[in-house]
Design a protein around this ligand. Structure first.
Ligand code: DC
Length: 205
């Protein structure tokens, strides 16, 4: 499942995974963990060369807890507070545009299939990580709805700016993957969006 920031894709993906008994993987948290570690080393996230060399020593692990992957950096588990700090929100799109960071994390994401059947969400899952997947979804919502959802979560970052960077970067930008089912959930409840995905899966679409 792919989609822009605060589109609701994490909530939808988590519930779809739970209903199908699959492991839920939030790949945004892997980019956030890498960003947290880069910032902790005092690296300027605008400096792609410095990010690249710092990233070479940063190991992101994804142990499974309660049906979801968690993230640890070199053995240290990160909390949702660590992953969603203002500093990480502001820097994550800069770190995520560095091709070597993406290559590393995409390879880590592919190897998570060893855990069993997954529901994985992010920005490039259907286009780059698993382009051959039979079940691809693109979860969208209007810019106003996404800003309001982010605000309601207590975050003050500018999702439009993050989306602009995620959609215009050279290395695997956010796109609607070929063959993806497009769901605009601006005016759907979470339950309706989940039912819609489950219905399409049951139809074999
Ligand atoms: O899903 P999220 O908003 O927590 O993701 C944080 C950032 O990570 C997002 O702005 C771009 C990046 N990201 C990415 O580039 N590729 C992914 N598969 C997932 C996230």
């Amino acid at each position: 499942m792919d989609g822009p920031a605060a589109s609701g894709k994490s909530s939808v993906a988590r519930l779809v995974a739970a209903r199908l008994g699959r492991i839920y993987v939030n790949t945004g948290n892997m980019y956030r963990a890498m960003t947290w570690a880069v910032l902790e080393r005092g690296v300027d996230p605008h400096d792609a060369d410095a990010v690249r060399s710092a990233a070479a020593d940063i190991r992101i692990e994804c142990p499974v807890l309660d049906g979801q992957t968690q993230v640890s950096v070199n053995g240290r588990p990160l909390t949702t507070t660590d992953l969603n700090s203002d500093a990480v929100n502001a820097a994550v799109s800069l770190v995520a545009r560095v091709p070597e960071v993406r290559e590393r994390l995409v390879s880590d994401q592919r190897s998570l299939t060893a855990l069993g059947p997954l529901v994985m969400e992010g920005r490039d899952i259907g286009s780059v990580v698993f382009p051959g997947s039979r079940l691809k979804f693109y979860i969208d919502a209007s810019e106003e709805v996404r800003a309001a959802r982010r605000h309601a979560q207590g975050h003050t970052d500018r999702v439009a700016e993050r989306d602009r960077m995620d959609s215009t970067r050279k290395s695997s930008p956010l796109v609607i993957p070929e063959g993806a089912q497009y769901i605009d959930n601006s005016h759907l409840t979470l339950e309706q969006a989940v039912e819609s995905v489950l219905g399409m899966i049951a139809d074999g679409r």
